[in-house]
Design a protein around this ligand. Structure first.
Ligand SMILES: [Fe+2]
Length: 589
């Protein structure tokens, strides 16, 4: 069967194509349109997926959309009308969105792709999250927990998944929590209060939290309390999900925590205000973790299962994931590379295939590389047009040379193979650098990423060396496969890994298996032979405010506009000309 999954119209839209039960292509629209978090109907992503498989829309057996627009409209309308006229601005925006596009998804898919409406299916939003987390995970039976801001009505579900020996797959979502009671919205409210963009700045809150003391936990708990059925409820007097589309905290919230941070003011951790914001971040983070640990612990005791699949945007919180692993009683936690809404495109397709059509399960390859492949000859051509020469690298010698450049403090833009699906650079579109010196972190922030000092960079290490540098609980390695957990760096290594050590001594490490990204692994090994430390700094290949690079053209443009010294696309390597300039100037002198 050929099934196209689509997620769109809220945040970070995407398409994924399944042929005979396995993904053949998946990509976020932003990577092709070059508009960060592009939420538009993902026409470019769909076209690319079809082209990749050599299919026309006619060849599709089914197109599945990742949520039920009617149910979502029902939730938005009901919620807004309850607080009308207070909500009239939000109401007008919601009506425009829904009536303009969202509600008519079937018509849009049908008219844009020419697919008859009988071939169009809808899954529920959290079914898509659950399927993305469970069906793609290499485990037969697992508990499932999904948590996000909100889908149609559900904000959190718990359940169980099973892949039976006869090939059938079952996903039973046992309970759900409904809007407005939402862990994602709870955290997003603090994100907005702390002056970061909702749906974008949540990881900044997590980074900032490490600088603070969780000394406002009692205040945060006034906002969110446990209920008798061991779920939780928000005290809605602190929130304002209805009245404004820009901020979600109420006057009572600011009376409790003080004035919000202006997005335009830098956070100075040396000031009282800076520390106040860090303490609030630490307290919100702590409460989120406590609740997730409790919910997961209950689920473990209820199901007796050893594996947990986590989905939804909340599963991007690597600090919370690591605590859930340590404290909830599960032995292993699986977080897919794209646990957020983009990943729902793949989740919805998998759900339709296994659950709706009852197709037999086939193990989904355990990697995130479903996007367009980089074309090294294109890089050679682009560089040539600019008068830059390129080197064709033989693997062994080339990687050794690159390891030497990294050891000498050079920054490499690294493109290899197919683009990652999901928000993390996991080895194919990365900026790589030496991890030792804090000055490298500052240089990356200043010349390339232009980001806040409290946001750490991540290390990448091969599996066999991970324990030497990081303190990993049992199961930690799995969580680190897709950078989904934050773990302590061994104290004796923190100084020598200063560029990737967060202020609290932790790192969001990626642990590379042999088959995941073999060339990157070989590069790390070559770097280790030179320096004695087989660890590299790995950050996503993009400039601030831009999506991760896709092909050679974006990579080259980013290279030209930033402080990256060397650009690599597969076996082609290009350097900035400043060395040649120096030689020429010396010659002239
Ligand atoms: Fe979601």
């Amino acid at each position: 069967m050929r099934i196209l999954g689509i997620s769109a119209h809220y945040h970070d839209s995407a398409a994924a194509l399944l042929v005979d039960g396995l993904p053949v292509a998946a990509v976020q629209e932003e990577r092709l349109s070059r508009r960060k978090n592009d939420a538009a109907f993902p026409l470019a992503a769909i076209e690319w997926c079809l082209e990749q498989a050599g299919l026309d829309p006619d060849d599709l057996d089914c197109v599945v959309f990742y949520e039920r627009p009617g149910l979502k409209f029902d939730r938005i309308l009901t919620t807004l009308l309850r607080s009308f006229p207070h909500s009239r601005r939000a109401y007008a925006k919601a009506m425009k969105n829904m009536l303009g596009e969202k509600l008519w998804v079937k018509g849009i898919i049908s008219s844009q792709l020419g697919v008859p409406s009988r071939k169009i299916l809808f899954t529920e939003h959290h079914q898509s999250h659950a399927a993305a987390a469970f069906i793609a995970a290499p485990c037969e039976r697992a508990a499932i927990l999904t948590a996000d801001g909100v889908g149609e009505w559900a904000t959190l579900t718990v359940g169980e998944g099973m892949k039976r020996s006869d090939g059938s797959v079952a996903i039973k979502l046992l309970r759900e929590l409904r809007f407005p009671h939402s862990l994602g919205l709870f955290y997003s409210t603090f994100t907005a209060y702390l002056g970061f963009a909702i749906n974008e700045g949540e990881y900044k809150v997590m980074g900032l939290a490490a600088y603070g003391m969780p000394n406002r936990v009692d205040d945060v708990r006034k906002l969110i309390s446990r209920t008798e059925d061991r779920a939780f409820a928000l005290d809605l007097s602190y929130f304002d999900f209805h009245g404004s589309v820009e901020s979600s905290y109420s006057r009572r919230f600011t009376e409790l925590f003080g004035p919000p941070r202006s997005p335009y003011e830098p956070i100075d951790l040396g000031t009282f205000e800076g520390r106040r914001f860090a303490d609030i971040a630490a307290s919100a983070q702590r409460v989120l973790e406590d609740i997730l640990v409790d919910l997961a612990g209950d689920l473990q005791r209820e199901t007796g299962l050893t594996d947990l699949c986590l989905g939804g945007g909340v599963a991007l919180n690597g600090v919370a994931n690591a605590r859930v692993l340590r404290e909830s009683g599960f032995d292993r936690i699986f977080v897919p590379p794209a646990p957020g809404d983009a990943g729902c495109a793949l989740g919805a397709a998998l759900y339709a295939d296994r659950l709706h059509f009852g197709q037999p399960h086939r193990a989904v390859p355990d990697h995130p590389f479903w996007g367009p492949k980089v074309d090294p000859s294109k890089l050679a051509r682009l560089a040539g047009e600019d008068g830059l020469s390129n080197e064709v690298m033989e693997d062994d010698h080339g990687l050794d040379m690159l390891a030497g450049e990294l050891a000498d403090g050079r920054i490499i833009g690294w493109m290899d193979g197919a683009l990652e699906f999901g928000p993390r650079a996991l080895g194919n579109r990365s900026i790589l650098a030496a991890p030792h010196d804090a000055a490298m972190r500052d240089r990356l922030n200043r010349d390339i990423k232009y980001r806040e000092e409290f946001r750490p960079f991540a290390p990448v290490v091969a599996r066999e060396n991970a324990d030497r540098f990081f303190i990993l609980p049992p199961g930690g390695e799995r969580l680190a496969r897709f950078m989904s957990g934050v773990f302590p760096i061994r104290p004796e290594w923190r100084e020598r890994l200063a560029a990737v050590t967060h202020v609290d001594g932790t790192a969001r490490v990626q642990i590379l298996d042999e088959e995941m990204a073999p060339r990157l692994r070989n590069l790390i090994e070559a770097y280790g032979r030179r320096t004695g430390v087989p660890v590299l700094l790995n950050t996503s290949f993009n400039l601030a405010g831009e999506p991760i690079v896709n092909g050679a053209a974006e990579g080259y443009s980013t290279f030209r506009r930033s402080g990256i010294d060397i650009l690599v696309a597969a076996n082609i390597c290009v350097r900035k000309r400043h060395r040649a300039h120096q030689v020429q100037l010396e010659d002239v002198a």
